[in-house]
Design a protein around this ligand. Structure first.
Ligand code: URA
Length: 225
């Protein structure tokens, strides 16, 4: 019997091969000034067939050193939260809006986000997650296409058309925000429970994208607003 193909028309093996090709394209990327200051590109890692994909903001110092996403303190909290819903990093794929560390961990600049966007879209297209969990304001605003801040939209699933597929998007606080404000860890745990429930639902099919976006909150640009 021929191997099943999905939205891309590629088999799982072909999608994995293509993802490796995108990794090779990204690892020498010179499309923005962060190429000059990074140690290495942090492409993302995990299960290339994951139903759940996390999108964070960008690599920090430890991620830049190791070349892997979420390996510092925020990553430890992410691991703990995953464990709480019976998952490990091997079950999910973890990527970032930008693949290179901004100097001094400053906010990503619009031109950097734009330069990196094709890599992120290729990742979504090839991994074909059913649920995308956005961590913090930058990923949430980019993926939802709405300026609504994370404090306002966190914990409520949305439906969006991303890279040609209809997916659930679950906006979550950034774990780094919870490390700074420990009372937010409980909020994140609650939202991870909602995320687990979402994974049990049927994938959204051709639903109207993004309908639930709220009004703009242009002043909210930090990790959580
Ligand atoms: N914060 C992020 O947004 N991404 C990482 O990979 C690490 C910390």
């Amino acid at each position: 019997m021929p191997e099943a193909t999905t939205a891309t028309g590629l088999t799982a093996g072909q999608r994995r091969e293509r993802l490796v090709e995108v990794y090779h394209e990204a690892k020498d990327c010179q499309k923005c000034p962060l190429a000059a200051t990074r140690t290495q590109v942090v492409f993302g890692n995990g299960n290339a067939d994951a139903e759940l994909m996390f999108i964070g903001e960008g690599p920090g110092a430890e991620e830049d050193r190791q070349g892997l996403p979420f390996v510092g303190r925020a990553g430890q909290l992410l691991d703990e939260l995953l464990h709480g819903i019976g998952l490990t990093r091997d079950d999910v794929f973890v990527a970032n809006v930008i693949k290179c560390r901004p100097p001094g961990n400053r906010d990503p600049q619009p031109a950097e986000i734009e330069a990196c966007h094709p890599y992120l879209m290729s990742q979504v297209e090839l991994i074909e997650p059913r649920v995308i969990a956005t961590l913090g304001n930058f990923a949430t605003k980019l993926i939802t296409g709405s300026p609504a801040g994370i404090t306002r939209v966190r914990g409520t699933p949305q439906v969006h058309e991303i890279a040609g597929r209809t997916v659930f998007v679950m906006p979550l606080l950034h774990p780094a925000a919870a490390l700074r404000t420990p009372s937010l860890v409980a909020t994140l745990r609650d939202d991870f429970a909602s995320l687990a429930a979402l994974l049990d639902q049927e994938p959204p099919r051709g639903a109207t994208p993004a309908a639930m976006a709220s009004e703009p909150e242009p002043d909210q640009l930090g990790l959580f607003g």
